[in-house]
Design a protein around this ligand. Structure first.
Ligand code: NI
Length: 258
């Protein structure tokens, strides 16, 4: 089986001791392609060095994570734009709005997110959107921008059917990770009503490990556990989940096919 982990922060310190083992375990588990969302200017070099070490397996994406939007956000955006001129990236992100941790920079977060939307359009790249406690705010901005050429992923989606349809209606796919395996997760019901053509698999490693590793460090080799849960809910085989979600990833990340 051939899986894509569309969201993994493998360059973070949590993997300093065994990063290459983690990548090799993922490849052995069938997760041959891992998409790396950036966080801020400090994570770009570690991210790129991992992608250079595994050019067939690890692919960089560039953005400023909403929880990293602080006083210096203009410098951070300028640094990102320099990188975009310099290197091939596969998406813009991780970006979006986070109203869970800290609302101090909510206005700046919106400014930065809108800037990322402009970059995604300018470079014809998908947008990796973080929506923690901010689904309505993100939808409002996307509707306001109103650009039908936008595409991307609502990362770590666990909303209602209605919310899923709103995201899909705006041209976005839904990123499913370990949360879908958690007991009584709302997304398990939502998923019954959503076509597999809108689904992508992700880990968000090192965070949000699926059952039975819940609470431990997450890693891309756990993607099959997420796929098994999706297969169970949709009443299809794991092979079918792998095939469809990988097809969806290749359709979205057009640069991966090149
Ligand atoms: Ni993330």
């Amino acid at each position: 089986m051939d899986f894509v982990d569309t969201h993994t922060h493998l360059y973070l310190d949590e993997f300093n001791e065994d990063r290459s083992t983690v990548v090799e375990n993922a490849i052995r588990a069938g997760v041959g392609r891992m998409m790396l969302p950036n966080i801020d200017s400090a994570t770009v070099l570690p991210m790129l060095s991992l992608c250079d070490a595994y050019p067939e397996n690890c692919f960089p994406m560039i953005g400023l994570h909403p929880t990293s939007v602080k006083e210096n956000y203009k410098d951070e955006l300028a640094a990102m734009e320099c990188w975009l001129l310099d290197r091939k990236f596969y998406a813009i992100g991780e970006c979006g709005i986070d109203l869970y941790w800290d609302k101090t920079f909510a206005t700046e977060q919106e400014f930065v997110f809108r800037h990322h939307i402009d970059l995604a359009r300018a470079y014809d790249l998908p947008l990796i959107v973080h929506i923690r406690e901010s689904f309505n705010e993100v939808i409002k901005i996307l509707k306001d921008v109103n650009k039908p050429d936008l595409r991307g992923i609502f990362h770590c989606f666990s909303g209602s059917v209605e919310q899923a349809k709103q995201a899909i209606g705006l041209g976005f796919s839904l990123g499913l990770g370990g949360v879908i395996t958690f007991k009584n997760n709302k997304m398990q019901e939502t998923l019954k009503h959503i076509g597999t053509e809108h689904l992508l698999l992700e880990t968000d490693a090192p965070f949000l490990a699926p059952v039975p590793y819940r609470g431990k460090r997450n890693e891309p080799s756990y993607i099959p556990l997420v796929a098994e849960k999706v297969a169970e809910i949709k009443g299809i085989s794991v092979e079918e989940v792998a095939r469809v979600t990988t097809e969806n990833a290749l359709r979205l990340f057009t640069n991966l096919r090149a």
